[in-house]
Design a protein around this ligand. Structure first.
Ligand SMILES: NC(=O)c1ccc[n+]([C@@H]2O[C@H](COP(=O)([O-])OP(=O)(O)OC[C@H]3O[C@@H](n4cnc5c(N)ncnc54)[C@H](O)[C@@H]3O)[C@@H](O)[C@H]2O)c1
Length: 429
């Protein structure tokens, strides 16, 4: 282990740079700054950099006051200039890892970030990848790219993978409260990386390799996609059998061991669950291995908005065409503003082919769909009365569900917000 870098970390003298200031990178960068490290944030998005330089946060988990404070304390700065990396000891990469086509990883953001680092790589530097990716990325892609500098990984500089597990909007588990898994190229790389994160996170768990750390994250995300896919299938089965799936889940979860509840809905959204497990599916194919569970779950979740449309067709019968539908909630999950891959938006797009659809979301004033800006309606009794059916797509806390219940003609509840209503006005997923 590099004694110099080790001491710098312990004495909070190590300079840290985070590349990619999104949902993951910004809170992480801020967490190190709050512990007194001098941190730099680099992003290619001029708009984001401009906002932070104006002391304005675009992330609900980081307040404007916090950005002002750490900027004033001169421990936090942001830039688009990668040459600043020449004075940095630790670089943490938090760039996006989307899918290119259906089920094919797009690692171009990682490649681009690593190429920028390579230009300024110097001895004793520690490079950590946090972006979720397939097992092998750190060793097969990042290491050779960095070694183009002429320096040797594991000897001249250190490399590790440490998956980010943040759950944006979750106040109970902010970045510093979530245990961190670390896997280095060498034991020394792991130890240095573990030491670094232990400055801001209490529980650091070391694994034997970068691959094991990469796989850990994909196991976690695949666990979620598979169980959500499974419960969505169960929900469809229960409907066919005339059983209330929500009642069954509530009963099953009284078992104090061996069962963990997952809940049905319109599918999965956001940047992680719909995409990350498919990195594993893609990688396994190179080893002639077919991840059947992941593929099946992804397809099942993907089809949930279409299933919801078929249920609405059933509910409304002939009046389905030209019906007026109000969709409640457009984000990909409860109480966050994030629209990425939201299955509620897919539902709206599918419904637009047959019906007149409006939406209400207390967090999102307007959305762009099919090139058009659509505004959230005002939630008043008179307006709710106009719709043939209200679809509860997202169970945001800040919604007056009583007002809707009292005024709606029919409700399709995909989130069980009307758990206690047993009359025919409410139809559950
Ligand atoms: N959002 C989550 O809840 C979450 C949770 C755990 C892990 N992850 C993983 O973390 C990674 C980042 O996700 P995110 O949600 O923060 O993404 P994001 O899109 O919110 O932010 C990524 C940022 O990286 C910047 N960027 C892209 N290419 C760059 C480059 N070459 N150099 C500098 N900046 C660049 C973008 O401009 C953007 O600001 C992904 O791999 C994701 O799967 C996300």
């Amino acid at each position: 282990m590099s004694i110099t870098l080790k001491n710098k970390i312990i004495n909070k003298k190590a300079r840290i740079a985070v590349i990619g200031l999104g949902y993951v990178g910004l809170p992480l960068d801020v967490a190190f700054a709050q512990k007194g490290f001098r941190v730099l944030g680099i992003d290619t998005d001029a708009h984001r950099i401009g906002r932070i330089q104006n002391l304005e946060s675009y992330n609900a988990d980081v307040s404007n006051a916090c950005i002002s404070r750490i900027t004033r304390q001169k421990v936090f700065s942001v830039s688009m200039d990668f040459s600043l990396l020449k004075d940095v000891d630790v670089v943490i990469i938090c760039v996006p890892t989307p899918l290119k086509r259906k089920y094919t990883p797009d690692i171009s953001f990682i490649v681009s970030a690593v190429r920028s680092i390579t230009k300024y790589l110097h001895k004793n530097m520690l490079i950590i990848l946090e972006s979720t990716t397939y097992p092998g990325t750190t060793e097969e892609l990042i290491k050779p790219e960095l070694e183009k500098s002429g320096l040797k990984a594991g000897k001249d500089f250190h490399v590790a993978f440490s998956p980010e597990r943040i759950d944006p909007g979750n106040k109970n588990f902010v970045v510093t409260k979530i245990p961190k898994v670390v896997g280095g190229l060498t034991k020394a790389c792991s130890q240095l990386t573990g030491l670094l994160y232990s400055q801001i996170i209490q529980n650091v768990h070391q694994v034997s390799s970068c691959r094991a750390a990469e796989m850990t994250k994909l196991l976690e995300n695949s666990f979620r996609i598979v169980n959500i896919g499974w419960i969505n299938e169960i929900a469809q089965m229960c409907n066919a059998l005339g059983i209330d799936v929500w009642e069954v889940i509530d009963a099953a979860k009284t078992k104090p061991f061996g069962f963990m509840p997952f809940y049905p809905g319109l599918g999965v959204g956001g940047h992680c669950i719909p995409e990350d497990p498919l990195y594993l599916y893609w990688k396994a194919k190179h080893y002639d291995f077919s991840c059947k569970f992941i593929k099946l779950a992804a397809d099942t979740n993907h089809n949930m908005p279409a299933y919801a449309v078929s249920r609405l067709q059933e509910m409304l019968g002939k009046s389905f065409k030209n019906a007026r539908v109000l969709v409640l909630g457009v984000t990909y999950k409860k109480d966050v503003k994030d629209l990425r891959k939201s299955p509620s938006l897919t539902l709206i797009e599918l419904l637009q082919k047959y019906t007149r659809v409006d939406y209400y979301d207390p967090l999102v004033g307007f959305v762009k769909l099919g090139g058009l800006d659509i505004q959230s309606i005002d939630l008043t009794p008179a307006i709710v009365k106009k719709y043939d059916v209200v679809v509860v797509a997202v169970d945001h806390s800040a919604v007056n569900y009583d007002l809707i219940y009292k005024n709606a003609r029919l409700i399709f509840d995909t989130r069980n917000v009307y758990k206690d209503k047993t009359d025919k006005k409410v139809v559950k997923l």
